[in-house]
Design a protein around this ligand. Structure first.
Ligand code: CA
Length: 477
């Protein structure tokens, strides 16, 4: 079945399914009409950097509003800590290792994969996006007539002007913030107190770094304001309470050992969801959520079913239920992956790894430990340039900085294991510690089985398919 046949087939069943679902009368969700959907995604914001999440410097009143009027997820993770694969997973509802070259940065997304905007459009939704949709990469190279996130608009305003009468909408707002570069010193100039900044354990605690973090936090605030303007617009139009709003990010902060790494600073995302009266407000949910779960969620609230290829699971039951804390016992872990980030190694090679994260452990398998995780020296180009990277490299021989430089840039063993209750910042690899050997072997067994079950070429001896992914950006080596 080709893409067109698939979409046509799904559109035939869509109306009947939606009507059946809406008429079911079960629970709050069934009592509302098909909701609008607003998906607001930051570019490079880590989970820790919201006010309601406890950061002492950043001010995110709009994220906090969505969380207090809806649900906040404390264990939300991107599928991969890199723009293109993270966004591809969200749109397709699949792990990145199922997306061919869509698993790499600056690539193409094979067009046989259904994406939720197309499925919703076939069901009568008005779909579109503004700013950064799927990408970076070339959607044209694999035959997409438009960005997989939908038709492009300047913003929510002109998107809504273009909306057919009475059609529900699904809009993707992809902010460019807080992606680098930053205006140096802008955070402190705005009034932020660098002395109050929490410096993550993997970064050197230096004035340059504190100032750089302030610059990043200022851009997190910009994203928050952009979302606030859209909330106001929906409220003015009387659409706010019939809109399912998801606010999150695509990968973690652009700092060493964060973005482009499978540690929490690269993968753990802020996530809050508001949906009028369909969602009991003020709940905090600790279930493990993959951002790809939004695809089957959006389909379900629109009365559709996920495609047979989707590995993600709908959150609709959690959203419309009453539970808090840990709700679904099956949501006790998350599976993460990474292939190639930037073109920063000889031969345009990636740094393939997979991980299993639960409450107790983060287990990482590095498939090519002879490669440089942050890119070939001396550039270490998978770390975005800026004052913190410059400080780390310039001070790499200082006794206090040397271990941090090693953690960010040195080669890593094939197995990494972090015991999270004693090491929440994932600084001390205990994979070689006999006290954790049984856990390590058990976790690798679980991870390997899961990868095999979900068709990961890396677990099936076919990982070479990722080594020739196209790169539509500019090489950094
Ligand atoms: Ca990003």
């Amino acid at each position: 079945m080709d893409r067109r046949q698939f979409l046509t087939g799904s559109s035939l069943t869509t109306a009947a399914m939606a009507l059946a679902w809406l008429g079911a009368g079960n629970g709050k969700a069934a009592q509302v009409r098909r909701p609008n959907i607003l998906f607001a995604i930051a570019d490079d914001q880590s989970a820790a950097h919201t006010s309601i999440g406890g950061d002492p410097v950043v001010e995110t009143p709009n994220f906090d509003r969505i969380a207090t009027e809806g649900v906040r997820f404390t264990n939300a993770y991107c599928s991969s800590p890199s723009c293109t694969p993270s966004r591809g997973a969200i749109l397709t509802g699949q792990h990145i290792w199922r997306l061919g070259q869509g698993g790499s940065l600056w690539s193409a997304l094979p067009s046989e994969h259904a994406v939720y905007p197309d499925l919703l459009e076939a069901a009568g939704y008005h779909v579109g996006f503004a700013r950064k949709g799927w990408g970076p990469g070339s959607h044209e190279a694999s035959g997409w007539p438009r960005n997989p996130a939908g038709d492009r608009y300047d913003g929510l305003g002109d998107f809504l002007e273009d909306r057919p009468r009475d059609a529900p909408f699904c809009f993707w707002f992809g902010s460019h913030e807080p992606h680098r570069p930053y205006e140096r010193g802008s955070g402190v100039d705005s009034g932020m107190d660098p002395g109050a900044v929490r410096v993550p354990a993997m970064l050197p605690d230096a004035p340059e770094v504190r100032s750089d973090i302030c610059d990043y936090l200022l851009e997190c605030q910009t994203f928050d304001r952009q979302v606030g303007a859209m909330l106001d617009m929906l409220e003015d139009r009387g659409e706010l309470d019939n809109t399912l709003i998801v606010m999150t990010s695509d990968n973690g902060m652009p700092f060493p050992r964060a973005k482009a790494n499978l540690y929490d600073w690269g993968t753990r995302m802020p996530m809050a969801v508001r949906w009028g009266e369909a969602v009991s407000p003020g709940r905090v949910v600790d279930d493990y959520v993959d951002l790809a779960d939004v695809a089957p969620t959006f389909l379900e609230v629109a009365g559709l079913e996920p495609t047979e290829h989707m590995t993600a699971r709908s959150l609709a039951g959690i959203l419309t239920g009453e539970g808090e804390g840990r709700i679904d016992p099956l949501r006790d872990r998350i599976y993460l992956g990474r292939e190639r980030h930037a073109w920063v190694r000889e031969g345009n090679l990636g740094y393939p790894c997979r991980a299993l994260r639960s409450d107790e452990y983060l287990y990482i398998r590095n498939f090519e430990p002879d490669r440089w995780p942050a890119g070939d020296p001396p550039g270490y180009g998978d770390i975005d340039g800026g004052p913190t990277k410059a400080y780390l490299l310039e001070h790499r021989d200082d006794p206090e900085v040397a271990p941090l430089f090693e953690l960010a840039c040195a080669k890593r063993p094939a197995e990494e294991l972090y015991h999270l209750p004693s090491d929440p910042d994932q600084m001390n690899n205990v994979a070689g510690d006999p006290a954790h050997a049984e856990a390590r072997d058990g976790l690798w067994g679980q991870l390997e089985r899961y990868l095999d079950e979900t068709g990961d070429p890396r677990a099936q001896g076919g990982g070479d398919i990722f080594e020739t992914d196209q790169y539509f950006g500019r090489p950094h080596v």
